[in-house]
Write a protein that binds this ligand. Sequence first.
Ligand SMILES: CC(C)(COP(=O)(O)OP(=O)(O)OC[C@H]1O[C@@H](n2cnc3c(N)ncnc32)[C@H](O)[C@@H]1OP(=O)(O)O)[C@@H](O)C(=O)NCCC(=O)NCCS
Length: 176
Amino acid sequence: MTDQPNSSTPTFRTTTTDDGGAIWRLVRDSGVLDVNSAYMYLLLAKDFADTCVVAEDGDELLGFVTGYRPPQRPESIFLWQVGVSAAARGRGLGKSLLAAFLRTPGARGARLLETTISPSNDASRALFTAVARDLGASIDLTEGFRADHFPEGGHEAEELYRIGPIDPPRLSQLDY
Ligand SMILES: CC(C)(COP(=O)(O)OP(=O)(O)OC[C@H]1O[C@@H](n2cnc3c(N)ncnc32)[C@H](O)[C@@H]1OP(=O)(O)O)[C@@H](O)C(=O)NCCC(=O)NCCS
């Protein structure tokens, strides 16, 4: 059987400035994620490159993760946004991106994965729940940002997920 263009294996790498624009476009096209300024994505891709990851097939961006190591919580690695292009969803790429994120140089030594998720985002909740399960980690769910924290109105609350402990041997054994 010949390889189809969408069946090749994606490659994962940390970001450079050149990725910022494509990440912004994927966020804009996701229809779900908050679209921040292009400048913000350029800055993250450049200055937070040790905790930002892209998945690509040749020149095509299939997915990304942005995050950082919170200065006041060095035991944690915070995942800000994860997105997979609509055509590439449901094939395990989200899980691979989370694993690649946890393996970045900037995540080394982190025992907790933190993120916030809106209660209505079933796909995102399923993604983080699946990775916690595969790492044998528990999920601590608390208030993150309330709806009234958001000045624009109409923004859902964001619940804080703290997943851990991250066990390096378990992480290296993940088959994605
Ligand atoms: C969330 C997102 C990144 C998941 O990416 P993905 O590549 O489709 O996810 P995966 O294929 O790796 O699936 C991960 C797990 O979630 C489950 N899942 C994925 N999409 C789901 C959905 N829509 N509903 C329920 N479960 C879902 C999968 O079954 C899998 O669980 P399993 O291991 O128990 O089988 C993707 O849907 C997306 O980009 N959504 C828009 C952006 C977004 O909401 N980002 C998160 C907020 S920052």
